[in-house]
Design a protein around this ligand. Structure first.
Ligand code: SAH
Length: 250
């Protein structure tokens, strides 16, 4: 007897952006292992009868280690349960969903991946910033800002990035914002390049801070920008209009 694990992306927040397939498998789940990023609304809608396991918070200390999460998932699936692993956005975009799929495959457990709407696209979008645009951006780069760019062994090619046209979207970049902006400027990107930071997209307390590559760090410090937030760098930011964030509703 072997169960199944659904790797489910919940979208960027709220029930409106959860897919039908996600709703279906969540409602039928016997075990749900969840992160905090899906947000209050989605977490409040988990089935009452399911075993619900809190796997961690964003930014802060994790309640369970990645190994512990994977062991629990494997254990429940082997007991024959229908298991949902629920994450914010899309689980294959900076969500460790790929790693979890590999572990489940090693244990010959059936996996279904349920795509979610990634915050990397949807959060800029909800304040009127398109990540591509025929005039402004024919390419877009998504990256994690988790890494300190001043580290020698950085997995990100900052020199290439600073010289690349189009849009840069950074996830998990708030802590390293000073290093990121400095690194891009040092590698030749114009200090006048527009930047927007969108905190808590699709939540009632969503907030946008705009500036340039040269002054965004100071502005972010002044307004006390905190994770989770998406940082967008590029000309498309000029399409943002103050107040447009109120236009989105589910
Ligand atoms: N798998 C997720 C990303 C997880 S990494 C996805 O596809 O969206 C966590 C980072 O996602 C956060 O640090 C932040 O940069 C971003 N993020 C996720 N949801 C967000 C939201 N509602 N508002 C702003 N940023 C968000």
């Amino acid at each position: 007897m072997s169960g199944i694990v659904y790797l489910v992306g919940s979208g960027p927040g709220g029930l409106g952006l959860l897919t039908f397939r996600a709703r279906e498998v969540i409602d039928a789940a016997e075990v749900v292992l969840y992160d905090q990023l899906p947000g209050e609304e989605v977490l409040a809608s988990l089935p009452a009868s399911a075993e619900k396991i809190n796997c961690g918070k964003f930014g802060g200390a994790h309640t369970l280690t990645q190994d512990e999460i994977e062991s629990l998932m494997v254990d429940r699936a082997k007991k024959g349960y229908r298991v949902v692993r629920l994450k914010g956005g899309d689980s294959f975009v900076f969500g460790r969903g790929g790693e979890e799929m590999e572990v489940l495959r090693e244990h010959n457990i059936t996996v279904e991946v349920v795509p979610g709407i990634t915050s990397a696209v949807a959060v800029p979008e909800c304040v009127g910033i398109p990540v591509t645009h025929r005039t402004w951006a024919s390419q877009v780069t998504f990256l994690t800002g988790h890494e300190d760019p001043t580290k020698e062994e950085s997995a990100i090619d900052w020199r290439w990035l600073a010289g690349s046209p189009g849009t840069i979207v950074i996830l998990m970049g708030v802590k390293n914002l000073p290093m990121i902006t400095r690194s891009l400027i040092e590698h030749g990107m114009a200090g006048t390049k527009p930047v927007a930071i969108i905190e808590r997209g699709f939540r009632p307390d969503q907030r946008v801070t705009t500036g340039t590559l040269a002054d965004i760090t100071k502005k972010a410090e002044e307004s006390g920008v905190k994770p989770p937030a998406i940082i967008v760098i590029g000309e498309v930011v000029s399409l943002y209009r103050d107040g447009s964030e109120g236009a989105w509703s589910r």
